[in-house]
Design a protein around this ligand. Sequence first.
Ligand SMILES: Cc1cc2nc3c(=O)[nH]c(=O)nc-3n(C[C@H](O)[C@H](O)[C@H](O)COP(=O)(O)OP(=O)(O)OC[C@H]3O[C@@H](n4cnc5c(N)ncnc54)[C@H](O)[C@@H]3O)c2cc1C
Length: 545
Amino acid sequence: MDPVRVIADPRIVIGDGTAPRLPRTRSDHPMSDLETFLSRAAEILGAEHVIAYGDGDGYVDPYPLHTGRPPAAGVRPGSVEEVQAIVRLANETGTPLWTFSRGKNLGYGGSSPRLPEQVVVDLSRMNRIHEVDPELAYAVVEPGVTFFNLFDHIQENGLPLFVSVPALGWGSVLGNALDRGYGMSPYGDHVQQLCGLEVVLPDGSLMRTGMWALEDSPLSNIFKGGFGPNVDQLFTQSGLGIVVRAGIWLMPWPETFVSGDITVDRVEDLPELIDRIADLRRREVFQNNCLVGNVVRAAIMRGRRKDFYEGEGTIPDERVEEMKEEMGIGHWNARFALYGDAGMIRERLRIIEEAFDLPGFTVKSRVYEGRDGAPVSYDDIPEIDKTTMAGVPTLKPLETIGWYAEDGGHIDIAPLVPARGAEVLDFYSEVKELYTKHGFDLYIGYHVYARHLVHVTMIFFENGNEEQLARARALYSEVREAAARRGYTPYRGHIDNMDEIAAEFSFNDHAALRFQERLKDALDPNGILSPGKQGVWPARFRDER
Ligand SMILES: Cc1cc2nc3c(=O)[nH]c(=O)nc-3n(C[C@H](O)[C@H](O)[C@H](O)COP(=O)(O)OP(=O)(O)OC[C@H]3O[C@@H](n4cnc5c(N)ncnc54)[C@H](O)[C@@H]3O)c2cc1C
């Protein structure tokens, strides 16, 4: 079979009026010679590394909120030189590309590009770990390296290092950081751990950032500044380059590990919980971002909806109260961890226990110290605490998407909210009303940092269930509107919603977006790399936005 099959008009067909408006190519002025691109890409990469349009193996959003998007075509370069050759070819043929590292961007569009005519650059074959420095605690990796890969490498080589992992371990260490994803450890704000990027620019040339721009310097991946403006952030949530290698800082392996829980019995005590967590995080008593979940979240992590409730609509409050009792948890359940010297940990625990010595609050912790004077090891930590907070990658949370049905999906709504307790409770109440109105169960997982929290509210649904999907779309829009009215916006966005989120940044007639567009046009005049990423369209697509 010829793997390079191009369907004549791979344009999107969107199902209903609420679907996102996407720029369309003009049939009288074809922007891209896709057939030529794909056949020449096959010569560069080998036909087995070119995936055709409409092919069942193509790139899709596994949890589509809108139906009708066909699988996209893709190319799978295996080296920096191949990425460069593909980018140059795209410039010649006018082919828009869309980059990902592993494409596990579930809840945000998965491996699907924004436009069906964009050809995916799938970097998963570039999976080499170039360097791990156990002394200064960093690694240099390619985009295809997953959290599982890096964790296994460190364990197999007995290195005294700790990898910060997000909920699912199959994602890319670099892809997650470049899209500003997060993990649960002190190094959990992953984008902050990037140090030195190697980037293929839109013209196919290669650049290194920061100290890595020096030839053969030992400073390459240990100091973030270069000489002059630091441009690393230009390549995060961005279509200005393809990152083909990067340095990532790792945490030194802790001597002692603590897994802790704070439970809060009453819903209305949320402000006290948030205020105290954020305060202790600002004072660096808490070292990681505490994760605060509600009863529904606890149920979703434990089983299917039918195990808890079989009725229509939102699970009623009375049943939630019973579920709380049955699971022996609080209305709010905060998880935290502590890392490091045993003496310092004891002091941190004392401060935490004092801070939450309040009616209806309970603090429990399990301390794991190493044996015979050695630091703690994974063998010392029982299964129950081998969690993401302990740096253990897993796929277990993937089961949550089966809440309503075997073939489940979800979309993330994750606005950033100031870490002010009363404000958080107020927004929670509004969001709860909206979930009730549209008949969904409200999952809450707050990731609490020093000054803000990420208000993770997932909408779970059954794939292809049109009635439920229509409600999910309405709920999504209304929660987004409620957030926007308060000046809150998501920390990252689904491919269908990038334009509307970008539009919210409207100060001085969208000066920030216009600046990004000027950068885009200057660096990528042919509009090749990830057009539309975060709502930034190059000139040739802009008029049709
Ligand atoms: C149940 C569940 C739980 C989840 N929990 C978390 C969580 O705890 N934390 C979290 O962060 N996410 C979470 N997610 C979302 C998602 O699964 C992860 O963020 C995942 O790591 C993203 O996929 P990836 O790493 O393969 O990134 P990719 O899909 O490879 O990349 C994401 C985006 O980053 C950009 N990008 C990637 N690589 C490059 C590159 N080399 N050059 C330029 N741009 C690039 C692209 O725009 C790309 O679309 C969760 C999802 C589910 C379903």
